[in-house]
Design a protein around this ligand. Structure first.
Ligand code: NAD
Ligand code: UDP
Ligand code: UDP
Length: 311
């Protein structure tokens, strides 16, 4: 039977891909977004779809709709954007989670939270398993996002214990692909846009900090598998691609794939920027039978094609 599914943050990068996938799988989708970082262009192709509905709404305010499942993705994800109005970022994670959990509780609906590898902060354990409790600076400039997401996880588990809400918590590691906002400030979109314009590629710090990037199609596949996982499996579960590389290597690869004449320039490293990050995905392999299938070069080529089309 066709399910009615609510996606908060549905006009954003990940949310819009999720809308596409769930509609393609014959569901009805209600997309809620306040367009803080999302864009109508990400979902404009869906506006005429008979089973797609768009609601302009800020999830820090109550929302009364009738749905079977909720994916809670609303929250700016790029440091530039989540630091622009840090109080609103915390409100979105915390008050937004309370409202969406209240909705799930009333409806007895399953709810998935888009949490983040940022709950591990600047990790002292590498790669990071779900059991690692993290190293977050609670008063730094990333805290509005990191602590907001940590508190949201607390609320999810307390609604589960106290009110028996059926929860799924997903810790998403860095993801890239089409529909990233070109002005987002995240590293993959910055480097590709800079390379395509033959402008200098901006490396923050010495470029030896590492990340592990997952292509969006793999990530969405993991998200849907988690939502449909067995009763009682709550997570948290890491979803990401364990292939780790430095920002300098990423810059060189983007220059190579675009054939750009850009040179590399170095800018100051932002405060509390994590030195390294790599998911341990044993739990996702075991519980969800999931692992990424698209490697960096292939994913970057697809993403470069997308940005060529919009620049
Ligand atoms: P995004 O900024 O493209 O999307 C977020 C969406 O939420 C936007 O459409 C924005 O307008 C909307 N939004 C923000 N505040 C809102 C509010 N108060 N009410 C309603 N809508 C609101 O970011 P994304 O990369 O698509 O990230 C989606 C989710 O996944 C976020 O929760 C993010 O924290 C999480 N995540 C993403 C990554 C990644 O690498 N992309 C990594 C870890 C976690
Ligand atoms: N809420 C909502 N939609 C609903 C049900 C609840 O937005 O369909 C909000 C409601 O505004 C409340 C929050 O979710 O502030 C938490 O709901 P809960 O029932 O847990 O708490 P209570 O209403 O008892 O404060
Ligand atoms: N970064 C960079 N140049 C840029 C943008 C980001 O060197 O133009 C670095 C940033 O300092 C961080 C890494 O790339 O070390 C990933 O940054 P992003 O904002 O994409 O994600 P996050 O830090 O949240 O993992």
């Amino acid at each position: 039977m066709r399910k009615r599914i609510l996606i908060t943050g549905g006009a954003g990068f990940l949310g819009s891909h999720l809308c596409d996938r769930l509609l393609a799988e014959d569901n009805e989708v209600i997309c809620v977004d306040n367009f803080f970082t999302g864009n109508k262009s990400n979902i404009v192709h869906l506006l005429k779809h008979p089973y797609f509905e768009l609601i302009r709404h800020d999830i820090t305010f109550p929302l009364y709709v009738e749905v079977d499942e909720i994916y809670n993705l609303a929250c700016p994800a790029s440091p530039v954007h989540y630091q622009f109005d840090p109080v609103q970022t915390t409100k979105t994670s915390v008050i937004g989670a309370i409202n969406m959990l209240g909705l799930a509780k009333r409806l007895k609906a399953r709810i998935l939270q888009a949490s983040t590898s940022e709950v591990y902060g600047d990790p002292e354990i590498h790669p990071q398993p779900e059991s690692y409790r993290g190293n977050v600076n609670p008063i730094g400039i990333r805290a509005c996002y990191d602590e907001g997401k940590r508190c949201a996880e607390t609320l999810f588990f307390d609604y589960n214990r106290q009110h028996k809400v059926d929860i799924k918590v997903m810790r998403i590691f860095n993801t890239y692909g089409s529909r990233m906002n070109p002005n987002d400030g995240r590293v993959v979109s910055n480097f590709i846009v800079q390379a395509l314009k033959n402008e200098p590629i901006t490396i923050y710090g010495d470029g030896n900090q590492s990340r592990s990037f997952c292509y969006v199609d793999d990530l969405i596949d993991g998200m849907i598998r988690l939502m449909n996982s067995r009763d009682g499996f709550t997570g948290p579960v890491n979803i990401g691609n364990p292939t780790e590389f430095t920002m300098l290597e990423l810059a060189q690869q983007v220059i190579g794939l675009t054939g750009s004449s850009s040179r590399i320039i170095y800018q100051p490293l932002p405060q509390d920027d994590p030195l390294q990050r790599q998911p341990n995905i044993d739990l996702a392999r075991q519980e969800l039978n999931w692992q990424p299938t698209i490697q960096l070069e292939q994913g970057l080529s697809k993403t470069i094609d997308y940005f060529r089309g919009i620049i």
